[in-house]
Design a protein around this ligand. Structure first.
Ligand code: TTP
Ligand code: MG
Length: 350
């Protein structure tokens, strides 16, 4: 199998992004274990960890862990609520710095981007460029990040993970295939928990195990995805860096302290969430294609309802009204107490 023409890609990802910003803003917390997320309320809090500083990670705390569990692991950590407005402002500053080095930038989340630097034509020059970017981000924002340099997005991303925190790792095209072999199959984009569980049943855990399957086997097992997998297992990933793919959706959700049917609390919270999301849409100069309302009831039963706008909109009144209609349908249809409410909007392509 042949890879696309030679490319060199950098994957840049900020280190402990939300936590690092909080440390920067509050120097008195520097060096202490710090957790950004829901209020732990002395161990009784609901909700999850957004992120933990590397100091807090030593206690086993990580993103998406229930905040109550984090509190058990380290009650002495500093716990802070997220300040999304600040983080998205800093994210925009960082993306601007990156754009000064290359215009071929694909932002994939608030704190990460792929940069196509094929124009450097050498891994050494690409590495220097990555170091320059890291220096510029440090100089202007006093935040550290890590970079992976590779022949495609998959290799660059995995290399970046290995370089963390505050490092750079280069994997050349020549080394890509060997680099993949000892890794867990879940490192391959497109292989999540479900697929890896299927593979584990056949004793396939590492990329080197998966390599024993033929292209035909993989296609039989996973269809078109299997064909792609065959390449990825061999260090090949053709996914291009797509400029301007940055924002696909914006969402917010809240888990209640206690499952509730209190109409004031439910509607008040939902309106508040909608307001935050609509504000972000406006600030980022976007248009909404679909609005989805999420409701989780007692017993973790989660449902969604969506509305697609024939003509994408950013009209606050329209968005609020449509979202509220969906939400009220939920409240009226099901009599069960509600544990979590959320709203997510997908952005119309420009
Ligand atoms: P990540 O880049 O995954 O994590 P990180 O920057 O905190 O740490 P590192 O990259 O050094 O491992 O996510 C970026 C930010 O996104 C993170 O600071 C907080 C937020 N986030 C959540 O809110 N919930 C999550 O489950 C994850 C993974 C991230
Ligand atoms: Mg990060």
């Amino acid at each position: 199998m042949r890879d696309m023409q030679d490319r060199i890609i950098i994957h840049l990802d900020m280190d402990a992004f939300f936590a690092a910003i909080e440390e920067r803003e509050n120097p008195q917390f520097r060096g202490k274990p710090l957790v950004v997320g829901a209020d732990p309320k002395g161990g009784k809090g609901r909700g999850v960890v957004s992120t933990a500083s590397y100091e807090a990670r030593k206690f086993g705390i990580h993103s998406a862990m229930p905040i109550s569990q984090a509190y058990k692991l380290c009650p002495g950590a500093v716990y802070l609520p997220p300040n999304f407005e600040l983080y998205s402002k800093i994210s925009a500053n960082i993306m601007k710095i990156i754009h000064e080095f290359s215009s071929l930038v694909e932002q994939t989340s608030l704190d990460e981007a792929y940069i196509d630097v094929s124009f450097t034509k050498s891994y050494e020059k690409a590495k220097n460029l990555a170091e320059e970017m890291r220096k510029a981000i440090w100089a202007q924002e006093k935040l550290t990040c890590s970079c992976g340099v590779g022949c495609n997005k998959m290799i660059a991303k995995i290399a970046c993970e290995m370089a963390k925190p505050n490092g750079v790792r280069v994997v050349t095209k020549e080394d890509a295939e060997k680099f993949m072999e000892p890794l867990d199959v879940e490192k391959i984009p497109g292989i999540g928990k479900k697929t890896s569980a299927i593979l584990r049943e056949s004793e396939i855990r590492l990329v080197s195990d998966l390599k024993k399957l033929s292209e035909h086997d993989l296609e039989d097992l996973f269809g078109v995805r299997g064909k792609e997998m065959y390449g990825r297992v061999r260090g090949i990933d053709e996914d291009p860096v797509v400029v301007g793919r940055e924002v696909k959706s914006i969402g917010k959700e809240i888990t209640f302290e206690k499952d509730t049917r209190d109409p004031e609390l439910l509607i008040g919270t939902f309106m508040q969430l909608t307001k935050v999301v609509v504000k972000e849409v406006e600030e980022q100069d976007l248009y909404v294609k679909t609005a989805t309302v999420i409701c989780r009831f007692t017993g973790f039963e989660t449902h969604t309802k969506s509305k697609t706008f024939v003509k994408p909109t950013r009209d606050e009144a329209v968005l609020r009204q449509e979202a509220m209609k969906l939400f009220l349908k939920f409240v009226l249809e099901k009599q069960k107490p509600i544990r979590l409410v959320g709203i997510r909007v997908t952005i119309a392509p420009i």
